[in-house]
Design a binder for this molecule. Structure first.
Ligand SMILES: O=CC(=O)O
Length: 316
């Protein structure tokens, strides 16, 4: 009689949603997977780790069907899509992408800043539509080098934005929950004051109950009519209807937006504004960064299942 097949000893990892094929291929040798939406009771009872790929909403109810759960491993930097209160009260560990996306996000923030101040996208449309030959040069735009830039959130991304802009001769200052003793830039305790002293405000902080709608009319009025808002954090950091009003009324001068409050919905009014550069929440996404995140996820899962300290645990 043939011997029974050996038991599959790979640990089970529950998936909040299907993985990118690259992720699935790289992890399949080490782990078994079940998809939360389809998992049977045995898998739900067994799973000690939940892998949250992308930004699907993970509620207390989702967590509640996984009684053995100890780890929520996210592939993103921001974890506002996960009910962190529920994780805290269950004593779950949560990990994020660490610094894997930071360079790409910082590069992109600087790209948006340059694109808005120098009207790169509008000039591109101008040339493509034949208006250069027909109507003459596109109007003059604004110099980037030497601008005063206020960075909101001086973490892995914000600190890289600061370093890049220092090379442009920009005067960088920042606002965050608390001053960073090692940062060589002035800390500004009130966001309104940071906006008042900046030509450009770059948002690179997490979305939390405290930071939701932190950029309100008052902050935009302080930024002023020549001021530009760049957001590579989360749409919810900004009161979006107020942003639309401020752009329409010329309260601020422009915006570079990679994120929105209700993605993938983009307020239609933005589409017609020449002083606004838009993209589809892609600041973090390059094949190189995705490879880096894969390494962080594998390192966290391997550490968890072998009882070693996690690589990128979040403070809850
Ligand atoms: O926005 C992307 C992320 O948080 O990783």
């Amino acid at each position: 009689m043939a011997a029974p097949p050996p038991a599959d000893e790979r640990p089970l990892v529950m998936l909040a949603q299907a993985l990118f094929p690259e992720f699935a291929a790289a992890l399949a040798g080490r782990y078994r997977f079940a998809l939360l939406a389809d998992a049977d009771a045995a898998a739900a009872d067994e799973a000690r780790a939940l892998l949250v790929g992308g930004l699907p909403r993970v509620t207390a109810q989702h967590l509640g069907v996984l009684p053995a759960l100890k780890l929520v491993a996210c592939t993103s930097v921001g974890v506002d899509h996960v009910d962190l209160d529920a994780c805290r009260s269950r004593g779950l560990s949560v990990t994020n992408a660490g610094a894997a996306f930071a360079a790409d996000s910082a590069d992109y923030a600087v790209g948006l800043l340059v694109a808005v101040l120098r009207r790169v996208a509008a000039a591109d449309v101008y040339v493509r539509s034949g208006r250069w030959a027909a109507d003459g040069d596109y109007p003059l735009t604004t110099k980037v080098s030497g601008k005063r830039v206020g960075i909101v959130g001086l973490g892995n991304i914000g600190s890289r934005v600061a370093r890049r802009l220092a090379a442009f001769g920009c005067a960088v200052s920042y606002h965050s929950r608390s001053p960073k003793p090692s940062a060589p830039y002035p800390f500004v305790p009130a966001l309104r004051d940071l906006a008042a002293g900046s030509d450009v405000l770059v948002l690179s902080c997490a979305l939390t109950d405290e930071t939701k709608h932190m950029v309100n009319r008052d902050v935009m009025e302080a930024l002023g009519k020549g001021g530009v808002l760049v957001n590579v954090g989360r749409g919810g950091l900004v009161d979006e209807p107020e942003l639309l009003r401020c752009l329409r009324q010329g309260v601020i001068g422009g915006a570079g937006l990679d994120v929105y409050e209700n993605e993938p919905a983009v307020p239609p009014e933005l589409l017609a504004m020449e002083n606004v550069v838009l993209s589809d929440h892609r600041a973090v996404l390059t094949p190189e960064s995705i490879g880096g995140v894969l390494e962080v996820v594998i390192a966290n899962l391997d550490a968890f299942f072998s009882g070693r300290p996690l690589v990128s645990p979040m403070e809850l």
